[in-house]
Design a protein around this ligand. Structure first.
Ligand code: SAM
Length: 235
């Protein structure tokens, strides 16, 4: 029986956007057997990952699970890899998850070890890989995820997904207003939003069903989540 649920612990702490690392002593805030609480306790045991990252990752993964389909997940610019590992937990039917970053931080290996200790089957399904975002060829049945891909990195993730016709979810980060396409909309929308609107329209024009959502601003101010599912025309 799956232990997956949208709910987070009823005893969750305030200040969900805190950049302080969750420490082992905070495990008591996450007492239930739910997937979220088990992931939270595992993150606490690692002792290196900010609380913000736990809540942000959870908001992303539960929406990816709801809307996107795919037989493989690629977490581009994965950092510590929590998005990839949480997706592996709540999408148990996905056999392969690859988390790639050009410079994996030390917390990535610590999180991998802790997650594999809690869910041994993850060792077979999740691969952490050091390399450029282009080092993993994207296939049409993939789900490409990129959280806080700085500047044009978000657009590289979109390029890779679009080229393959793969599903995609990005949570854009800082935008370089001098280089990124704002569609001439910045006068009305401001630079960051204009750039994200152009990204969404780009997906729609390429045949994607598009979802534009916010994750709670108390977790992160960079909270626009853009998701697209490629609409295949059946022969
Ligand atoms: C702001 S962090 C986001 C990390 C993680 N996705 C998260 O949400 O916590 C950006 C990450 O992008 C990685 N990165 C930057 N350029 C990259 C590239 N060309 N290929 C792979 N990773 C890259 C950095 O090493 C860094 O870990």
């Amino acid at each position: 029986m799956s232990d997956w649920t949208d709910a987070v612990s009823t005893e969750e702490p305030r200040d969900l956007g805190s950049k302080k690392s969750l420490r082992p002593g905070a495990q008591c805030h996450y007492p239930s057997p739910s997937a979220f609480d088990r992931i939270a306790r595992t993150v606490c045991r690692v002792g290196r990952i900010p609380r913000k990252e736990l809540y942000e990752s959870w908001e992303i993964v539960k929406r990816v699970r709801r809307h996107l389909r795919g037989t493989r997940i690629i977490d581009l610019a994965c950092g510590h890899g929590l998005v990839a590992y949480a997706l592996a937990v709540i999408m148990p039917s996905v056999p392969e998850i690859i988390a790639v970053d050009r410079r994996l931080p030390p917390s990535a290996a610590l999180l991998r070890d802790a997650m594999e200790a809690e869910w041994p089957s993850l060792a077979e399904r999740v691969r952490l890989q050091q390399g450029d975002v282009r080092s993993v060829p994207v296939l049409e049945n993939d789900i490409v995820v990129c959280a806080h891909g700085c500047g044009s990195l978000t657009d590289r993730a979109l390029d890779l997904a679009l080229d393959a016709g793969a599903d995609v979810a990005v949570l854009p980060c800082c935008s370089d207003h001098s280089r990124l396409d704002d569609g001439g909309l910045r006068g009305w929308l401001g630079g960051d939003l204009a750039i994200d609107v152009v990204r969404a329209v780009r997906l729609r024009d390429a045949g994607y069903k598009v979802w534009t959502q916010h994750i709670p601003a108390e977790i992160t101010p960079k909270n626009r989540l853009l998701m697209g599912r490629f609409q295949r025309v059946e022969a």
